[in-house]
Design a protein around this ligand. Structure first.
Ligand SMILES: NC(=O)c1ccc[n+]([C@@H]2O[C@H](COP(=O)([O-])OP(=O)(O)OC[C@H]3O[C@@H](n4cnc5c(N)ncnc54)[C@H](O)[C@@H]3O)[C@@H](O)[C@H]2O)c1
Length: 324
């Protein structure tokens, strides 16, 4: 069987995670890596057996599909070049760091015959897949409280520089904007308050969300919260029932009025399975090799960027942002 030649642009933390997972897939050869920091490319090339590409263009020319795992503001240009060359693309979140760039990528991906998948890995995490299934059985949800914190904006070094991240919401909280769409459907309106404390950018947010379904919810997101467990949590309330998640570790369910509850733990899974990285990489290859439907589309990537942008607008103007 001819193997799918995959390249990795950005040989840092998450590039390494994807490369190691892809190297275990018999359908794939991790063929090329490129990084502006040559020693990082060398390290990843050494651990995967890939060759080193001297530029993004060389890599795009030498593979069937590529992973874009560079810092956030470097995604769009590489994505557009790869789409133009007819290559399949796995683009880490955020798909872009502005509405304009997100729309350009969306339109290019729509014209392309190749696969384009966005790295919203949490959709594949068993905790959230289970939560979605529970909502199908017990829902619809009435309201929810979502929390996504970061301990700091220090590590990796670029994560505190909005010129590279697009801002904290683009770097971190975008996962939860995508997750809320995945679990509860489209968001119609956003009210938000933000403030700045430890970092030059807005680093604490309180958000009120209205969904098309009539459901409503709150989101709290702090970039200077320490790393107290769980830094990420979803609480859903409906019909005398509560469902709560604890990061990607466990999910609890309580129904009725007697306080009984049950908890399903994901602790036996590997980190790559728990966080959905293994499943999203398999899904990407399935779409290319078997023609399976793309699991997280460019439109999903666009919508998550749109929600982040709407949230920043609501903070800046003090007005509700309406989405179509
Ligand atoms: N889905 C997730 O859970 C998840 C987790 C971590 C990171 N990410 C995303 O993945 C991306 C990378 O994050 P990371 O934590 O791996 O960062 P990192 O700093 O560890 O790695 C980024 C790498 O990209 C390289 N790089 C920078 N500009 C480049 C360019 N123009 N061309 C080629 N290489 C370039 C850097 O030298 C570095 O080695 C970010 O967009 C981040 O938001 C997603």
């Amino acid at each position: 069987m001819k193997k799918l030649k995959v390249g990795i642009i950005g040989a840092g933390y998450i590039g390494g995670v994807h490369a190691a997972l892809l190297a275990k897939d018999e359908r794939v050869s991790v063929a090329m890596v490129h990084d502006v920091a040559v020693e990082r490319a060398e390290q990843l090339a050494h651990s995967t057996g890939a060759s080193i590409a001297s530029s993004a263009e060389d890599l795009i020319g030498g593979v069937d599909a590529l992973y874009i795992t560079t810092p956030n503001t470097k995604h769009t240009a590489i994505a557009l070049a790869a789409i133009d060359a007819g290559k399949s693309v796995f683009c880490e979140k955020p798909m872009a760091t502005s509405i304009e760039d997100a729309r350009t990528v969306l339109e290019a991906a729509a014209r392309s015959g190749a696969v384009f998948q966005v790295g919203h890995n949490r959709r594949f995490a068993p905790v959230y897949a289970t939560l979605k299934e529970m909502l199908r059985e017990s829902g619809p949800a009435h309201s929810a409280h979502v929390k996504m914190n970061r301990g700091e904006l220090i590590n990796p070094a670029w994560v505190g520089d909005p010129a590279i991240t697009g801002g904290f919401l683009y770097e971190t909280t975008i996962h939860m904007f995508d997750m809320m769409r995945f679990l509860f459907g489209e968001i119609r309106g956003i009210d938000a308050v933000g403030s700045s404390h430890e970092y030059p950018e807005t680093d604490d947010f309180s958000v009120l969300l209205r969904f098309d379904s009539g459901m409503h919810g709150t989101l709290a997101s702090s970039a200077d919260a320490s790393w107290l467990f769980p830094f990420e949590r979803v609480e859903v309330f409906c019909h005398h029932a509560t469902i709560t998640s604890r990061e990607m570790e466990s999910i609890s369910y309580s129904e009725g009025l007697d306080g009984r509850h049950s908890t399903r733990s994901m602790q036996q899974l590997s980190r790559e399975e728990k966080w959905g990285y293994a499943q999203e990489d398999r899904a990407f290859v399935d779409s290319i090799v078997d023609g399976a439907a793309v699991a997280v589309t460019a439109l999903d990537g666009f919508k998550s960027v749109e929600l982040v942008d709407a949230c920043y607008q609501a903070v800046q103007t003090g007005e509700r942002t309406h989405l179509n």
